[in-house]
Design a protein around this ligand. Structure first.
Ligand SMILES: [Zn+2]
Length: 113
């Protein structure tokens, strides 16, 4: 979930908190957006839990029950914010490709244009 962290020096800062353990998620590549994937029709919205990778993610999958999917939180948040913030979706894809390189260390993850 999203909360506001208050800092005397910086004011209110939006942060993502793990829906399972309640601790702040500081690295979007080390966290997941876990979502329901069954019985969805066009236009339906699935419930999503934000969780640290590992035990928190496993618990999120259990709580949602049955068939679930997941995505790295960094990608999930970028795709969510793009239409709200007016961010070019092609820029999101570039970040997605960068994430692939960071995660797998493969230069070939970048599509040749
Ligand atoms: Zn957690």
């Amino acid at each position: 979930m999203i909360k506001l962290l208050y800092s005397i020096d910086e004011g209110y800062i939006p942060v993502v908190v793990c829906d399972i353990c309640g601790r702040r998620i500081k690295d979007g590549l080390m966290a997941a957006a876990v979502y329901q994937i069954w019985d969805l029709a066009d236009g339906d919205m699935a419930d999503v839990l934000h969780a640290h990778l590992g035990d928190c993610q496993a618990e999120a999958e259990t709580r949602l029950g049955g068939q679930v999917g997941w995505d790295h939180l960094s990608r999930h948040l970028l795709l969510m914010l793009a239409p709200i913030a007016g961010i070019d979706i092609d820029k999101i894809r570039e970040v997605d490709q960068l994430n692939s390189i960071l995660m797998f260390g493969r230069a070939d993850a970048i599509e040749k244009k």
